[in-house]
Design a protein around this ligand. Structure first.
Ligand SMILES: O=CC(=O)O
Length: 311
């Protein structure tokens, strides 16, 4: 294991395998040299993945079982070339991530964290009426989704329940989603959206797909929600748009350089709501993810088909 991911996962792994804990080693390179002939599997997560150094240090590596759906920190091409299998944890987390996207949207539009502070601080008792807390309605708004995969689709279904009009951008239109409007350009999607939700995988094509032009098209009454990966957004551009009032608000579960969050975002506590990359963070889902991580390893070492193969 590259890091302490989740105690249940670790316990389940320890029931079946000899688990070596890289994070406990005083000297990581020395530890890998000492164990490089016996390490056949790596368990990691979306934030850590498999570094090129770790891959190079493990000549007997057969499989990487990732506690994540995102695979952007693993060089899949290189794994394929070297015959290393890779698995992830799709589907089990779709509902939770989509729920958080809606939660962040409502939290920004209805200023929920600021409302909570207003009550707790006793300010409510001092003012008869507080216009500062008025913001925008969610029901009936136009929601644009960047990436209509499993999670994007689940967000669309939820937003439909709020009477929202759904549009999306993806590499190609999805014939099965003909009731949603497709925009080949993200700028056009943003221009036609009140809320823009990023739900695509991070790839070379989607890095900084949300740039200044997209943010300006979303505009001063628009809200950006990101539950995908921080690097899909040009973060300095996002920060300056929020500071200058060119963007209405943002609900962010992911950041370019986690766990570091730009100080200005922290100060913008009226119209920005932040979460610590917790899209899949419920007991039910994390257990489902752990069971998949273990299940993929068991299948591999029993010579069976992987449950959720990527490579
Ligand atoms: O970010 C979390 C994941 O990729 O599962």
């Amino acid at each position: 294991m590259t890091k302490p991911i989740y105690s249940y996962l670790q316990a389940e792994l320890e029931k079946r395998f000899k688990v070596l804990k890289l994070w406990e080693a005083q000297d990581g390179s020395r530890f890998l040299e000492d164990h490089n002939q016996i390490i056949r599997a790596v368990v990691s997560d979306g934030g850590t993945g498999l570094s090129p150094e770790l891959m190079a240090a493990l000549p007997k590596l057969e499989i990487v079982s990732s506690f994540s759906v995102g695979m952007d920190k693993i060089d899949l091409g290189k794994c394929k070339e070297k015959g290393i299998r890779v698995s992830n944890t799709p589907d089990v987390l779709t509902d939770d991530v989509a729920d958080l996207a809606i939660g962040l949207t409502l939290a920004v539009l209805r200023k929920l964290p600021a409302s909570d502070r207003y009550v707790r601080s006793g300010m409510w008792k001092k003012a008869l009426y507080c216009e500062m807390l008025l913001y925008f309605q969610f029901s009936g708004k136009s929601v644009g989704i960047v990436g209509l995969g499993r999670i994007g689709q689940a967000i669309a279904t939820r937003a439909e329940g709020f009477g929202c009009k759904i549009s999306y951008h993806s590499r190609t239109p999805k014939p099965e989603s003909s009731n949603y409007t497709y925009y080949p350009s993200v700028v056009d999607l943003a221009a036609h959206s009140d809320i823009l939700v990023v739900a695509c995988a991070l790839t070379n094509e989607t890095r900084h797909i949300i740039n200044r032009e997209v943010i300006d098209a979303l505009g001063p009454r628009g809200v950006l929600v990101n539950i995908a990966r921080g690097a899909t957004v040009d973060e300095p551009e996002l920060v300056s748009a929020l500071v200058e009032g060119r963007l209405g608000g943002a609900g962010l579960d992911v950041f370019e350089n986690e766990p570091n969050v730009p100080e200005q975002l922290i100060e913008l506590d009226e119209k920005v709501v932040l979460a610590p990359h917790a899209g899949s963070g419920t007991e039910e889902t994390r257990k489902g993810m752990a069971d998949l991580v273990v299940g993929n390893l068991v299948a591999h070492f029993e010579g069976k088909e992987l449950l959720t193969p990527v490579v």
